[in-house]
Design a binder for this molecule. Structure first.
Ligand SMILES: *Cc1c(COP(=O)(O)O)cnc(C)c1O
Length: 358
């Protein structure tokens, strides 16, 4: 496993200040004292992995990431169990996805063992920043990589910087949301970057989220870029449908982001008497099904919120529509609780998903 050298900050957060921060961490408000960094130099490869104080970076204004957007990221959490041990959930899936994202964006490929070590070593060092398990608090980890080479020509960069930063995440309330079916924008197209977890996908999606807010919705439901007919995913989460026939239905992989939460919930479906089905689902099938009860429940899933109930849709064509009685469904709540219980060590980890860090 890759060895990270540690250069400790001379100004660590005082215990009292950290306790105050953890009493009300919000999200993205506080950052732990250290970050993991590994640089890549073309021709020379990955440089010494190191953990250093969290500080600003000096970047040359010509750095490729600032102009052509070569950037990828991951999102994962460290969970404290009731016995004070600290765990990650399927981190090897994030490491593998990071490789795929890098390949798609023409970036240096970070070996998976370095990815795993970076996350584990940072969590070990900053273990005091992992909140207590009450109310689903966690330490959110953000591994990411940028093209750091100063060069204005358009080509794959020759130098990259990989880093992991971490921010405590406070109590999570998974508020139900309604989805806006935008007539104006798409997120991904065949051959595009839909399967890469890259910043550019988000930059291109923000305008549609504003449109969703303006139409009384909390998120966008993306349709496919070719026909604008097939359901893909929500803004930052994959989407699932519980049918009246006992299926757990979700769009197949292809242009969507292959979520770790999605993959995991499909594996839990049988425990909830649901049959997992991955296939193309048209927006008409969804809206008709919601109307006639064939689709009983809808939810979105991703690391941040785990499972978010979807209680309605709105679109210019068909107007507002509620799912069921407009409140979160029973299977949705059960599946969410099951997954959260595995992550916090309260339910049996039959699939061997949890990885102990400390
Ligand atoms: C990260 C992400 C998801 C969810 O993936 P998880 O691995 O479950 O967190 C879904 N859609 C998009 C666009 C994402 O960026």
């Amino acid at each position: 496993m890759a060895q990270f050298s540690i250069n400790r900050t001379t100004t660590p957060t005082a215990d009292a200040a950290r306790k105050a921060a953890l009493a009300d961490p919000g999200f993205g408000r506080y950052y732990v004292d250290h970050m993991a960094v590994v640089d890549y130099i073309g021709g020379d490869g990955w440089q010494e992995p190191r953990i250093v104080p969290t500080t600003e970076w000096a970047l040359h204004p010509a750095s490729a990431v600032l102009h052509y957007g070569q950037e990828i990221f991951e999102g994962m959490k460290a969970y404290r169990h009731d016995d004070n041990s600290i765990w990650l959930f399927r981190p090897e899936r994030n490491a593998a996805r990071f490789v795929n994202s890098a390949r798609r964006m023409g970036m240096a490929v970070l070996p998976e063992d370095i990815f795993l070590a970076s996350v584990e070593e940072l969590v070990k060092l900053e273990h005091e920043w992992v909140p207590v398990s009450e109310n689903e608090q966690s330490l959110y980890l953000r591994p990411f990589m940028i093209a750091s080479e100063p060069y204005l020509g358009v080509r794959e960069a020759n130098t990259y910087r990989y880093a992991v930063i971490a921010t405590p995440a406070g109590p999570y309330y998974s508020e139900p949301v309604k989805l806006w079916i935008t007539p104006n924008y798409t997120r991904a197209a065949p051959g595009g970057t839909g399967t890469a977890k890259c910043g550019g996908n988000y930059a291109a999606s923000l305008i549609a989220t504003e449109e969703a807010y303006a139409n009384g919705c909390g998120q966008v439901l993306w349709l496919d870029g070719a026909e604008r007919k097939w359901v893909e995913e929500c803004g930052t989460m994959n989407i699932m449908f519980v049918t009246a026939d006992g299926e757990l239905l979700t769009p197949q992989l292809g242009t969507i982001l292959p979520g770790v939460t999605r993959e995991s919930i499909l594996k839990l479906a049988a425990d909830h008497d649901l049959k997992p089905v991955e296939r193309m689902i048209s927006i008409d099938e969804v809206l008709d099904g919601v109307g006639n009860g064939q689709i009983a429940e809808v939810f979105a899933c991703g690391t941040a919120a785990v499972v978010t109930p979807i209680t309605g849709f709105n679109s210019p064509d068909r107007g507002p529509q509620e799912v069921g009685d407009g409140t979160p469904g029973r299977k949705t709540r059960e599946i969410r609780q099951h997954l959260v219980d595995i992550q916090y060590g309260r339910a049996e980890d039959k699939h061997g998903w949890m990885r102990r860090v400390l």
